[in-house]
Design a protein around this ligand. Structure first.
Ligand code: NAD
Ligand code: MG
Length: 377
């Protein structure tokens, strides 16, 4: 039986991962999250891991008190999360949101763990370093993001070198078909109404701006070793075809299913085996699948990310940092929806052109991009 550590266990992906673990009888050896100590306590009592952590020190204190009748080790702060990441276990599911998930993912790889990666910001900011370490440590990197899982599934059994093009699907989010004028005064509540997926707040806003698709293009470049120009983004409103690949002979292979993250989560955990069915897909009930080109004039974050990955180096990390800061401000009602792409672009421009960089340069780039966003207010 596989032993699994879940980072970000109280979030949307984290809780769905625990649902899969329940069904598959996967042993959970570590759990870590930000500040929701009540939910982490519940999870710890149910799954009886060896160790847990909260990055928030105060929450960790509360959790320590709550779990004092158990043998579970409680760690605190970022160091505590990293300690859980390197504890006993074969695989680490990385579902912390944002660049905050990069460090613990790197720690887990260093400790020789296989990685099930939901946290796309890890590859967007530290893709080259992550991939180098994965190769060095000879561990697996399995995608959890639904589109990347679909691409990975579609490539099973195809000879190396036969991938010609990736067809990356996007739902289009809650604002599909809207004009810039119509988007000028949308509210946080409007932006949080995703038509097909229930997810954490940050990724839901990213889906509304199409930043999420931009981040996913960068994620796909790293995961599948393709050029950005080999990726075509298609708006597919039904979120049934989760992405596809075009092979050298023109054959297109796709993975379809209901929009349920438990499917890609489970595949990463059971790979190469197949797990249980959560929800049956009836294509006759769906009836029609539609595909169209994204509106990159209105949803600027997508072409900005394309530019960032084409320029390479630290540009994606800068765009990501600026976006994290801008989304935070939007959620607090401090900026308007259409300010997000403007700030992401401004933040991206702060990246140094240095092509030879290390982890510190990534954090410095992230910091500078966030500062630029703050100062633009
Ligand atoms: P979420 O906000 O629901 O959950 C985030 C989790 O990370 C929570 O457990 C939170 O406590 C924890 N966390 C936040 N900051 C932390 C820190 N500094 N240290 C430790 N833990 C911290 O987010 P989510 O929707 O579950 O998304 C998680 C990641 O998965 C994101 O990178 C997102 O892009 C990716 N993803 C999510 C979905 C989805 O359906 N939700 C789909 C694909 C990819
Ligand atoms: Mg996705």
């Amino acid at each position: 039986m596989k032993e699994l550590i879940v980072l970000g266990s109280t979030g949307s992906i984290g809780t769905q991962t625990l649902e899969v673990a329940r069904k598959q009888n996967i042993r959970i050896t570590g759990l870590a999250a930000g500040s929701n100590y009540k939910l982490l306590e519940e999870q710890a009592r149910e799954f009886k891991p060896l160790a847990v952590a909260m990055s928030d020190e105060k929450a960790a204190e509360n959790l320590k008190i709550a779990l004092k009748d158990t043998d579970i080790k409680v760690y605190s702060g970022t160091k505590g999360v990293n300690a859980v990441a390197v504890g006993k276990g074969d695989m680490v599911l990385c579902a912390i949101v944002g660049i905050a998930g990069l460090e613990s993912t790197l720690c887990a790889i260093d400790a020789g763990k296989d990685i099930a990666l939901a946290n796309k910001e890890t590859l967007v900011t530290g893709g080259d370093i992550v991939k180098r370490k994965i190769a060095e440590k000879k561990v697996k990197l399995l995608p959890v993001d639904s589109e990347h899982s679909a691409i990975f599934q579609s490539l099973q059994g195809t000879p190396k070198g036969s991938l010609k093009k990736i067809l990356l699907t996007a739902s289009g989010g809650p604002f599909f078909g809207k004009t810039k004028e119509e988007l000028a005064n949308v509210t946080v509540a409007d932006a949080l109404k995703h038509p097909n997926w229930s997810m954490g707040q940050k990724i839901t806003i990213d889906s509304a701006t199409l930043m999420n698709k931009g981040l996913e293009v960068i994620e796909a470049v790293h995961l599948f070793d393709v050029k950005p120009s080999d990726i075509e983004v298609l708006v597919h409103r039904q979120s049934i075809l989760h992405s596809a690949v075009e092979l050298s002979d023109g054959a297109v292979i796709a993975q379809l299913g209901t929009p349920d993250m438990k499917v890609p989560i489970q595949y990463a955990l059971t790979y190469p085996e197949r797990g249980v069915t959560f929800e049956h897909l009836s294509l006759t009930d769906i009836g029609t699948l539609t595909f169209s080109k994204p509106d990159t004039e209105t949803f600027r974050c997508l072409p900005i990310c394309m530019e960032a990955i084409n320029r390479g180096g630290l540009f994606p990390a800068a765009a990501n940092g600026a976006n994290e800061a801008a989304v935070g401000l939007f959620l607090k009602g401090k900026i308007k929806f259409l300010d997000i792409p403007l700030l992401v672009e401004k933040g991206m421009e702060t990246a140094s052109k240095n092509k030879d960089f290390g982890i510190e340069d990534i954090y410095n780039t992230d910091f500078l991009a966030r500062e630029t966003v703050k100062n633009a207010l």
